[in-house]
Design a protein around this ligand. Structure first.
Ligand code: COA
Length: 178
């Protein structure tokens, strides 16, 4: 076993996590972050599936959320605490969210991302999400366009082959307890 391998736990988000989640939100999005109330509403919604990443010191260092409706999931939010970025935690969160989609029979995953958000676009592209257009001036704070990204059917071989290759590499550098 690699002694330096980062170890995290990813588990469903609880209402008691919201203060820590909002602290990461603020660091990630500044004054345009989601409010505590938004997260309370999300966690009270049966369509919403939220997970958080906890490090070995018990600190909440990231989270991801999806809405799942019939056979589609929409990634609503993903964020990693700035000090912990570029350690594959974003990928680990995306992995757990995708596994949750498989478990629930979701076929397609979509999201909106700011056209300038190269890091997130790279992350989604790495997992086979493709851009299928933009929503003009979608973000009210600066009128920025959103790129709309979709997977193909996640049960198809093409998606799964790339996904499995990525997860094999991911698990060599990070240990994910669920
Ligand atoms: C996007 C975000 C979640 C990525 O989290 P992370 O833990 O740093 O990402 P990972 O270490 O798992 O990186 C996975 C992939 O994402 C992409 N990526 C992440 N950071 C990147 C960077 N600084 N530059 C370029 N690509 C980057 C790469 O494709 C990377 O794969 P690679 O390591 O093989 O190059 C993180 O940057 C974040 O929280 N940003 C602020 C919130 C946000 O913008 N969320 C997206 C809203 S749609």
């Amino acid at each position: 076993m690699n002694a330096n391998k980062l170890r995290i736990k990813i588990r469903p988000m609880l209402k008691s996590d919201i203060n820590d989640v909002v602290a990461v939100e603020e660091e990630s999005y500044g004054k345009h972050h989601w409010s505590r109330e938004s997260f309370f509403n999300e966690l009270s919604n049966d369509l919403a599936h939220y997970f958080c990443a906890i490090n070995e010191e018990g600190k909440l260092i990231g989270y991801i959320g999806t809405w799942q409706i019939i056979e589609e999931a929409h990634i609503t939010n993903i964020s990693v605490k700035p000090d912990f970025r570029r350690n594959k935690i974003g990928e680990a969160l995306l992995h757990v969210a995708i596994e949750n989609c498989y478990k629930n029979g979701i076929k397609y995953i979509t999201l909106e991302v700011r056209v300038s958000n190269e890091k997130a676009i790279n992350l989604y592209s790495k997992y086979g999400f493709k851009s299928l257009g933009t929503r003009k001036e979608y973000y009210q704070d600066n009128n920025e366009d959103a790129l709309i990204m979709w997977t193909e059917n996640i049960f198809y071989d093409k998606f799964k082959t790339l996904y499995n290759e990525n997860i094999e590499k991911l698990k060599k550098v990070i240990s994910i307890d669920e």
